[in-house]
Every structure is written in structure tokens, then in C-alpha cells.
Design a protein around this ligand. Sequence first.
Ligand code: DX5
Ligand code: ZN
Length: 226
Amino acid sequence: MSNSGKPVRIAPSLLSANFARLADEVAMCEAGGADWLHIDVMDGCFVPNLTFGAKVIETVRKLTKLPLDVHLMVVEPEKYFDDFVKAGANTLTIHVEAAPHLHRQLSRIRELGCAAGVALNPATPVESIAEVIPDLDLLLIMTVNPGFGGQAFIPQSVAKVARARALLDAARSGAALEVDGGIARSTIASVRAAGADTFVAGNAVFSAKDPKAEIAALRATGAQRA
Ligand code: DX5
Ligand code: ZN
């Protein structure tokens, strides 16, 4: 199976950070070599949890130059595109299950000068994005059901990532292939071997004794040949 030879990209999820010390947590990720910061926006409607919006994105933007990878777990995501781009998002990823006009919504994200991503819940087949591959800068395969950090990785995700890799390769797409949920030293090599190149990690990084070392360990484990 191919991973397209792309380097491993680690994106710590701020959902698991200590928000009383947000500036320190962001600085720690940067010093630890994180490639992107993943920001989970939840609306209590698409997913059963509430998190944050433009204000937090703007705050994090001022703390770092790292790309901000914003994952919208919300209904009617287009309502937030302008504000989130203004706040400093580099990628906006919307859920196919919440985006009936995917082509229009992805085009709008790119029009705003932002990279456009689509996320798929565990039960949603990869073929659901087949018609919009040219419009994608990122495909996010959820490896847990979205809503909470610290959940267990769903093992069937490995085969799904391989199907996503094949679909992107067949279309000669350069889109990033990201996985999110339950990514840890014990799971990263399997999804890397299946072709993922971008790895979100919340609990694994922020609950580690040494989060900086954990970012490095994830990268090294992901880079090993499975
Ligand atoms: C879950 C979020 C994830 C979450 C991952 O709905 O999309 O980004 O922060 O957390 P871990 O890595 O702890 O599973
Ligand atoms: Zn996420």
C-alpha cells in the first residue's frame, strides 16, 4: 500500500489542551515540532458537544505562525467561513454529512484563500467524495465518531484509509489525507501504512508526561515501515 511518500505531518488537537494555559500549550506544540495545530469547532447539534468559535481561532492565530487546521463539526458550516478565515484559519474542513452542496461550499472556501477539506464520519463511505476530488486540498477520515477527545480508534478505519488513498491516487490528487481520533503510538503506523500523511492527536500529546517528546515519538513511529 502506498503512502505517496509524503512526510508525516503531526497536528496536535487543542481540544485536549489546558485552556487556562493556552499560550504555553501552543508554544509547547511549536517547540515540539508540530506541523499544524488542529482546532475542533463543535456546535452541540452536528455533534453532542460544544467547543469554540472565531474568538479562539483569532487568539491562537496571535500565538503562533503554525498553520491552523480548523475542523468544523457543525451544521450549516458556510455561515462561519468568512469569520474563520478572517480569524486566521489556513484550512477549513467541513463534514460531508452536514454539507449538501459540497461543491459550492468547497469552492467558497478556496475563494476565500483558504485550503478546503472534507471530513467523513466512520459510517460514511469514501465514495461520497468521488465527485469533488479536484476541489479538495484535504480529506479527513474520522477514526472515531466525532464529538470528544480520548476515544478509542476504530480498527476498520485502516481499510477505509487505504480506500481513500486509492481514490485520491487514481484521481492524481495532491490532497492531504488526514486521520483524526484515537491516534497514538499504538495506532499511527497502521494508518500511515494505509496511506495517511497527516495525523491529528489530542489525548496522546496532551496527556503525555512529555508532550514534546510524544510529538517526536508519534512522528518516528509513523515514519517506520509497517
Ligand atoms: C474528535 C475531534 C478530534 C479530537 C481527537 O471529535 O475531531 O480532533 O480532538 O482527540 P484524540 O486524539 O484524543 O482522539
Ligand atoms: Zn478534529
